[in-house]
Each structure stands twice: as structure tokens, then as C-alpha cells.
Write a protein that binds this ligand. Structure first.
Ligand code: HEC
Length: 121
């Protein structure tokens, strides 16, 4: 185990273990959470995205100012926005109709797709 000392005015004030065994134990859990957070499938999202293209553009860059761009949107934000339409927490008739038939997996797939698109296509 590596040890390191913190110095204040040249005096050691604290010994710090660089590798904390608790963190090592938590690592698989952290990796699992990260993997879960990006559980969307890009290709499946791409196949589904044609439904959205009419308003948000084929790759998530909308043509009309009344429709938000989706390209480059953060994965987590995207999932929470669509979930909010689905639960009614976010109220918009158009988007509520759009998400009605989307499963949680569809939402994650769409998020994976649009979050990886860039603003200039
Ligand atoms: C008929 C037009 C239309 C279609 C089709 C459509 N949307 Fe939307 N979408 C909108 C409008 C309008 C808004 C803004 C609604 C609001 O003010 O909350 C929006 C908002 C969103 C937002 C929130 C954006 C933000 O910045 O908060 C997301 C995410 C989104 N749409 C995803 C999708 C996805 C994914 C699809 C396809 C499954 C889709 N939309 C299909 C019109 C559409």
C-alpha cells in the first residue's frame, strides 16, 4: 500500500493512503453503475430515430427553430427528459404522444444515438 504525507509549513500533518482498499472493493460496483448508465444501444437507437427526424432532423439537428436540437445532448439528460414526458412530469402534447410507445430500452437506445451525434452532423 502506498503512503503519502501531506505537509504544512514543512511539517507532515497527515498520512494518506493513496490506494484505499475500500475504493478497490467499490470498483466493480462503480464500473457496473457506469455501464448501466450507458445501457443504450447506438445502432438500435439509430434505427428508431427516423420517427424523430420529421421534427428534430435526421441526425438530431432540427431545421425549424421551434424544435430543439438533439445532437450532442447529454445521455442522462436525454433519458430524464423523455422519462419526464412519459410520466407527465414534463407537459408537452407532441412529445407525450411520441414517448407513449417507447420502452425504457428504446429511450436509452435513442439517448445513445443522439448523444453521440455532433452539432454539425
Ligand atoms: C412532431 C414533432 C416532434 C417529433 C416527431 C418528435 N419530437 Fe421531440 N420535441 C418536439 C418539441 C416541440 C419539443 C419541445 C417540447 C417542450 O417544450 O417540452 C421536443 C422536445 C424533445 C426533447 C427535449 C429536448 C430538451 O432540450 O429538453 C427530447 C429529448 C426529444 N424531443 C426527443 C425526441 C425523440 C427521441 C423523438 C422520436 C422518438 C422525438 N423527440 C420526436 C417535437 C417533436
Amino acid at each position: 500500500m502506498m503512503m503519502s504525507k501531506l505537509f504544512l509549513n514543512g511539517c507532515p500533518v497527515l498520512k494518506v493512503k493513496i490506494i484505499n482498499p475500500m475504493l478497490l472493493k467499490a470498483l466493480p460496483v462503480l464500473l457496473f453503475i457506469t455501464a448501466y448508465a450507458y445501457a443504450g444501444d447506438y445502432d438500435a437507437g439509430k434505427r428508431k430515430a427516423f420517427i424523430c427526424a420529421e421534427c428534430h432532423g435526421e441526425r438530431g439537428n432540427s431545421v425549424l427553430g421551434i424544435y430543439p436540437n438533439l445532437a450532442g445532448q447529454k445521455y442522462e439528460y436525454f433519458v430524464s427528459a423523455l422519462s419526464a414526458y412519459k410520466s407527465g412530469l414534463r407537459n408537452n402534447e407532441i412529445m407525450q404522444a411520441m414517448v407513449m410507445n417507447l420502452s425504457q430500452q428504446d429511450i436509452q437506445n435513442l439517448a445513445a444515438y443522439f448523444s453521440q451525434k455532433s452539432c454539425n452532423n
